[in-house]
Each structure stands twice: as C-alpha cells, then as structure tokens.
Design a protein around this ligand. Structure first.
Ligand code: ADP
Ligand code: MG
Ligand code: MG
Length: 372
C-alpha cells in the first residue's frame, strides 16, 4: 500500500501564501516519478483564520494556489474562494478550537509533512500536536522548532555553541509600551551598545515581517513600537554590511551540509518584498567563496543545527564580512521556503539531490526520527 502523506499547509501566519506555494511543489514531487508509486498525498489546509480543511477544499486551494477567504460576517454568502458553497459553510462553522473531528478524519495519515512557515507552524506548536497524536512528521520536533523560531532563544543556543554572531540587545514589549520612563533609557542603551544602523525585529517571525532597519533615534522609537505589535519578545541587532550566504542541512543525527549559496539584491535589506517578488533577488549557487570559507560555513551550519536540536531539514543563514573575513551566523530556519526556485531545494539540487529525491529523503527521515 502507498504511504499516505498528510501535507499540512497554509497556516495562521504572515507566511501563509509562501506555504501554499511550497506545498504545491512538494505535492507535485510526491506524485511524480518513483514517488508516485510510494506515496499518496492528502492535503490538509489551515486557513488564515485557523480552520482545518481536508478533502476537496484543500485540494482546490492547492490546485489554485489562492488562499481561502471566508467573509466572516456572512459565511453562507461568502464565495471568494475556490471552495464549494457547502465546504465554505462547513469551514466557517468550525471553531478554530474545534479541530478534533478533522484530526479523526486524518487518522489514515501515515506521516505528516507540516510545510508551514512562521508562527503557528514552524514554531513547535503544530509539532506538539502531532507528537501528541503519535504520528511521525517531517522536520524538527517541539524543541528544535521553538528554538529555531525565537531569535533570542536561538542566539543563546548559538552563543553556547561558540558560534560568532552580531551584537544584540534583548527587549520586551513591556519595556517598549508600559512605562514612559523606561523607554528613553532603553533607547539610550541600544544607541550606546549597538549604534546605527541597527535592525529591530520581533523575536518570533520570519520572511522579514515586522523587521526595520533604523538609522536614527526617531526611527528606532517607531520601529520598536511597531515590532512590539507583533511579539512580546523583541531583538535589536547591530547592523552589518555583509554578503548573505546560506547553507542547507539534511539529516537527523548524521546530518549533512549542502554547497553554500549566496543571495544578492538591490534593496536596502532582504525584506519581504525582495524575498517574494519575482526578479528582485538573485541566487548564486554555489557562492563564489574560497574553499576554506565554504567548509567553515558548512561546519557552522551543522553546529547550529545541533545547537537548537533541529531534525530533518534546516537552512542556516550567515553574514560574510568580506573586509575582515568573518562569518557570523544570522539564523536557522527549521522549515525554509520550499518552492522549486527556493534556496533550500536549489542548494540540494546543486549538491546532487534533486527535488523529488529530496522530498522522499525528508519523509524517510521523519519516519526514522520518530521510529520507536
Ligand atoms: P527573517 O527570519 O524574517 O528572515 P532575518 O533576521 O533573517 O529575519 O532578517 C531578514 C533580513 O534583514 C536579512 O536577510 C538581512 O538582509 C537583514 N538583516 C537582518 N539582521 C541584520 C543585521 N544585523 N545586519 C545586517 N542586515 C540584517
Ligand atoms: Mg527566519
Ligand atoms: Mg532570514
């Protein structure tokens, strides 16, 4: 019998659309060539509102690539989606908390592939649910996912592993919002410790959502206020002028690192628009780097993978300061973008693992990790 892969995609996150595109590519890879004889794909869609949808509706979202839109005021009349009227109504009636019926329907699934990016998906929440359900799944478990999502926790793990990184200041929402006496002191401290430019980020997000590059006190104050609306935990980092290079990791306890790739772009930094608009960023694979630096980056990627207890898949991102020759780790992404033109699969392609084989390996690694 074929193995049934529950492809979980969409999600309550700013990276909903990216997830749909990643899921399309993975579904295609699982239903072509040798994979078609091995796997059957069961798409499970999580709408932006948090509704879980299986069957025809999920198939349609996957086929059309369009997010499901429910006009919550009048669910019966809302049909801005590819879904049928009945399915839309059913979805609207499902409370986000009332997910058990669908999870029972999903009992036939042999392994889950949570191709969800950002909060409520890449952060350990879904992984905890799947772990409780005692079904194997692709990628990192609860700890690795949570550590990889929270930039403060991630940096503590990296520091402990001796990985060099940019200087940063940890900030809480309370410091930004609660006390008018605390805020100016916080800004003074950031200016003294980091200077300008610096980067203000919500700790738990991805795709550059909520991130600002700031060059003055005024911009710093606004950026902190804005980032605080995304997350209770914030981080401010010293800005570096550097090349951005990335390395893909595949495996569990004996994980391997791919060739190194580079991202170049003309915008001020690698923001959301640059990431997801066609033609705004260029990938160079392999990156034009001295052999010894490439090896250093690969070793650091594997160390980072272990430091946060990642499993199966991760993309580790670095800053290369050409003038000093320093490599600083920026972050790990435990469920990186996975479209046919995304960095992660392209790095493996260049390392001799093509897209369908990569997806097959990830499913097998998920089974291996959760084997009794
Ligand atoms: P995300 O998890 O959303 O991708 P990142 O921390 O990778 O967040 O930041 C997104 C982008 O912002 C980076 O790819 C880089 O272009 C820029 N950036 C972030 N931090 C710094 C920094 N400290 N110095 C220079 N550029 C940075
Ligand atoms: Mg990230
Ligand atoms: Mg990033």
């Amino acid at each position: 019998a074929k193995m049934r892969v529950g492809l979980l995609f969409g999600g309550c996150s700013g990276e909903h659309e990216v997830s749909i595109r990643s899921a399309q590519a993975i579904a295609k890879a699982l239903s072509t060539g040798a994979n078609a004889d091995k796997y059957e794909v069961l798409p499970v869609h999580i709408s932006k509102e948090g509704h879980w949808l299986m069957g025809e509706v999920a198939q349609q979202v996957l086929a059309s690539g369009t997010p499901l839109q429910l006009a919550t005021s009048d669910p019966a009349a809302s049909l801005h989606s590819p879904a049928s009227a009945a399915a839309t109504l059913e979805a609207a009636q499902q409370s986000p908390l009332n997910r058990l019926p669908i999870l029972k329907q999903a009992a036939a699934i042999d392994i889950w592939f949570p191709i969800l990016h950002g909060p409520n998906g890449e952060d350990g929440t879904i992984q905890g649910l799947l772990q409780l359900m005692q079904v194997p799944f692709v990628g990192s478990g609860v700890l690795g996912s949570a550590m990889g999502m929270d930039k403060l926790a991630m940096k503590m793990a990296f520091a402990q592993a001796g990985l060099p990184q940019v200087k940063y200041v940890a900030v809480t929402r309370a410091e930004v919002w609660s006390n008018p006496c605390v805020f100016p002191k916080l800004c003074d401290r950031i200016e003294a410790e980091l200077g300008y430019p610096c980067f203000v980020k919500p700790a738990n997000l991805g795709s550059s959502v909520g991130i600002s590059k700031v060059r003055s006190r005024d911009e710093l104050e606004k950026a902190l206020d804005s980032a605080a609306s995304y997350d209770r935990r914030l981080i401010v980092e010293a800005g570096v002028t550097a090349r951005e290079v990335e390395c893909a990791v595949l495996g569990n306890d004996q994980a391997k690192a791919s060739v190194v790739g580079e991202i170049s772009f003309h915008s001020d930094f690698y923001d959301y628009e640059t990431k997801y608009s066609a033609g705004q960023a260029e990938l160079t694979i392999p990156a034009d780097l001295p052999e010894q630096l490439t090896r250093q980056i690969q070793a650091m990627a594997l160390q980072a993978f272990q430091a946060v207890d990642a499993a199966g898949i991760s993309r580790v991102d670095f800053f290369y300061l050409e003038q000093t020759g320093e490599i600083l780790i920026n972050e790990i992404n435990t469920m990186p973008g996975f479209t046919a033109t995304s960095m992660y699969p392209m790095l493996w392609q260049a390392s001799g693992v093509d897209f369908p084989e990569l997806v097959d390996r990830l499913v097998q690694l998920g089974l291996e990790r959760t084997a009794p």
